[in-house]
Write a protein that binds this ligand. Structure first.
Ligand SMILES: NC(=O)c1ccc[n+]([C@@H]2O[C@H](COP(=O)([O-])OP(=O)(O)OC[C@H]3O[C@@H](n4cnc5c(N)ncnc54)[C@H](OP(=O)(O)O)[C@@H]3O)[C@@H](O)[C@H]2O)c1
Length: 374
């Protein structure tokens, strides 16, 4: 028995609230599924097609005695939900069934399947960890660094791990030329960038009274202006497509300035403001912009720094040196240890995924509890 749906006049609305929207048509009806609710209309708007089709799919299969609705979530069709109905009443019950099921993500699915991501500064440290996670989660990733040597070494490492969906771009992105070259490589690929992770940043220890104007300018050029340039390039197309994620890797120092890293901390504070400002431009869309605040993280550079402390410590163990470092420099840290790169990368992966659709304009911490304020 085929199903007659009740006529519902009106236009399907643009599906934009949290990225879990879908659209399909069947029997001259247009369906929009969003936030666990399904609606059907007699006419779609163009916006529905633009905003929803690329995100998610759903189809209806007819057989003699039933109709089957197959929902493919944006994190993979294997998690599809089949609902069969034979009567209008059953059809009405979809709403209930879908509301029960659609909000559950399948955590075994790859979180970034089909996405294209840019991760700046990704030949070492946190950026490399983020790029690795994005690749493992099914994305195509553009990675970058300043030299052929570091970029190729990273590509080789990833490939040896079976992570091949990656392109390296060699460019000094603190320069106008370097940015242009990076952007043209991405443009040449013809790919739409779904996720921009602004990770590249520099830091060192300094006495505030000895930091020159030139050094301050360099800090701002590197940590702030480069982020601005990348956001200017990639955020607009995301807004036009009504889909995308921008993540700015700031630091806990942006909220709790580090006394011997004041210039650095100031740029990290600026990045937090930048992220929030850009998030304001996303109002009412599916695009999000967030800053992510790592705490002290055991990157290759920090490893070398700790090696130095151990060497100067008159025979103290590495463990004791790290313990003392946290007691002296980060007494409010709740974990009293360096974060692992993967711990930071995991949060950056969540923020890049569809699962983070409710987080926008946030300063997302992954700093082991150093910051005491709410
Ligand atoms: N590590 C921490 O404890 C910590 C804590 C809080 C926040 N953060 C933030 O996390 C981010 C990454 O820090 P990290 O410690 O992981 O850094 P890192 O290990 O020093 O890595 C920096 C990356 O940036 C690249 N890079 C540097 N200058 C560049 C330039 N001019 N053009 C293009 N690429 C450039 C480097 O590549 P090449 O050498 O190949 O050029 C490298 O891949 C930074 O924004 C930092 O502020 C770090």
């Amino acid at each position: 028995m085929s199903v007659e749906l009740p006529q519902k006049q009106g236009y399907a609305k643009k599906s934009q609230r949290n990225g879990i929207g879908l659209y399909t048509s069947w029997k001259d009806r247009f369906f929009v599924l969003q936030d666990g609710e399904i609606s059907y209309y007699t006419e779609p708007t163009k916006e529905v097609m633009k905003g929803s089709l690329s995100l998610i799919g759903c189809s209806l299969k007819n057989s003699n005695d039933s109709t089957e609705l197959l929902i493919e979530s944006s994190i993979g069709s294997q998690n599809g939900l089949n609902i069969k109905f034979t009567t209008v009443d059953e059809c009405e019950n979809w709403k209930v069934d879908i509301a029960k099921h659609i909000k559950h993500f399948n955590f075994n699915e790859k979180m970034l399947k089909g996405k294209t991501c840019v991760v700046t500064g990704s030949t070492s440290g946190i950026g490399k960890g983020i790029a690795r996670n994005y690749l493992k989660q099914g994305a195509f990733v553009f990675i970058g660094g300043r030299s052929d040597k570091t970029v190729n070494k990273t590509l080789e490492e990833f490939r040896s791990e079976g992570l091949t969906n990656v392109q390296g771009i060699v460019a000094d992105i603190t320069t106008t030329e370097g940015c242009k070259s990076f952007f043209s490589k991405v443009d040449e690929s013809g790919k739409f960038v779904d996720v921009l992770c602004n990770n590249m940043g520099v830091f060192d220890l300094q006495n505030f009274f000895e930091v020159t104007d030139e050094k301050w300018t360099e800090y701002f050029q590197t940590n702030v202006l480069t982020t601005v340039k990348f956001c200017r390039k990639f955020l607009k197309p995301m807004l036009e497509k009504n889909s995308g994620r921008v993540i700015i890797i700031s630091s806990e120092g942006g909220v709790k300035p580090i006394p011997d890293m004041i210039a650095y901390s100031t740029t990290k504070g600026a990045q937090i403001t930048l992220a929030r400002g850009l998030a304001e431009l996303t109002k009412g869309t599916n695009v999000t912009v967030n800053s992510l605040l790592p705490g002290p993280t055991m990157t290759e550079g920090v490893e070398t720094f700790v090696d130095g402390l151990v060497a100067e410590s008159n025979g103290a163990s590495r463990e004791d040196v790290i313990k003392k470092f946290f007691q002296d420099r980060e007494p409010t840290s709740l974990i009293q240890r360096f974060l692992r790169v993967e711990e930071v990368a995991n949060v950056a992966t969540f923020l890049a995924s569809d699962m983070s659709s409710g987080i926008n304009g946030a300063t997302q911490r992954v700093e082991g509890g150093i910051i005491r304020s709410t």
